[in-house]
Design a protein around this ligand. Structure first.
Ligand code: SAH
Length: 343
């Protein structure tokens, strides 16, 4: 069955016309799905009962069930564990910032990249999400919270560039003026660094922000944390970053999870500064969120600030990721992991 919510408006019009339905019906259904955020055909009250039944028989309509909802008492961050139509689980996070509400979505069920500190990858990849299932996370959260979402970060479970075509279609749909019309400038996609895909993404010339999960400033160190570093060197990554910046005019940001005694020395800060300067990157420091399956620890507040100061002295634009939802398993994959291990 065709997954109706993953079709563009033009595709939906062609689809309906080819099935002998009137073209304007496609506009109505599109609006129900992407603006009114209907959770089933049954909610589309300006369509006849017959038409709704026909559509439910002929199309797949994805929707998410809220399996768990946890709201932080500290900062009103909310974490959702969703059940997909096939019984798999993904998680998403809702965050309130001064500049608007942000949602962090998953792009895959599980992940095959194997980063040592990450809970999402412990059981490998189950499957990639469809464009509709990425949209659904935002739609369900917007509906549940009763608030508009203005920013999206694709930083939940999964490697978005390992689900490239669906990611691009998702971006096309979410930025579409007939849908939620979210500005591409307000979308950030985070990757562990798939070099060919970074270049391909650059060629699409989208106005999104690309975040690179660097986490180490030497190949040797990076290989210890991220298996993907066995495939691509930092040199290759920097070339891809330069290409991205030159092609799109958009600055890359480096994510750097600070792991005590592993990648947080002043020498590391020095090498990292050189890399950031080379490609005009901004750096986002993430004090590592320890997961119980691994023995990685975060440094003291002073260690973290010393690292940040060193970067700043080198003229690098750096922020420490505001830590939200500490009391609700904020880090990627922790909630799904807990659900799976409980069962
Ligand atoms: N696959 C993508 C996006 C998913 S994770 C990527 O690799 O970028 C989003 C960010 O959180 C990545 O930078 C990831 O390395 C980091 N991350 C994952 N688990 C973490 C943990 N336990 N502590 C700190 N950062 C973590």
């Amino acid at each position: 069955m065709v997954d109706i919510k993953s079709l563009t408006k033009a595709e939906l019009e062609d689809e309906f016309v080819s099935k002998g339905l009137q073209k304007f019906r496609a506009g109505q259904v599109y609006d129900w799905m992407h603006v009114k955020l209907a959770r089933s055909f049954d909610e589309m009250t300006n369509l006849s009962k017959d038409l709704r039944t026909r559509l439910s028989n002929e199309y797949e309509y994805t929707s998410l069930k809220i399996e768990r909802f946890q709201e932080s008492a500290i900062d009103k961050t909310a974490k959702f564990l969703f059940e997909l139509n096939d019984g798999n689980f993904v998680e998403s996070v809702f965050m309130r910032y001064k500049h608007g509400n942000s949602v962090c979505i998953s792009s895959q069920v599980g992940c095959r990249m194997g980063c040592r500190f990450c809970a999402s990858t412990l059981d490998g990849l189950v499957r990639s999400l469809k464009p509709s299932e990425m949209l659904d996370q935002i739609y369900a959260i917007s509906h549940h919270m009763g608030e508009r979402v203005s920013n999206i970060v694709v930083m939940g479970m999964g490697e978005p560039l390992d689900n490239f075509d669906n990611l691009l279609r998702f971006i096309e749909l979410i930025t579409n003026k007939d849908g939620l019309n979210i500005s591409a400038r307000n979308i950030t996609v985070s990757t562990c660094g798939l070099v060919e895909k970074i270049k391909e993404l650059a060629d699409r010339k989208l106005a999104i922000t690309l975040a690179l999960s660097l986490h180490a400033a030497s190949d040797e160190q990076r290989r210890k944390l991220m298996p993907v570093a066995n495939k691509y060197t930092i040199e290759e990554l920097m070339q891809a970053c330069s290409y991205y910046f030159e092609t799109t005019g958009r600055r890359i940001s480096f994510e750097y999870s600070l792991v005590s005694g592993v990648n947080d020395t002043i020498d590391d800060a020095q090498r990292l500064s050189a890399l950031a300067r080379r490609v005009s990157a901004h750096i986002n420091l993430i004090p590592v969120n320890p997961i119980k399956e691994r023995d990685y620890r975060r440094g003291s507040r002073d260690d973290i600030l010393a690292f940040k100061n060193k970067l700043e002295k080198n003229g690098i634009n750096v922020t420490i990721r505001r830590e939200m939802g500490q009391d609700i398993d904020g880090a990627c994959g922790q909630l799904r992991r807990r659900k799976l291990t409980e069962e």
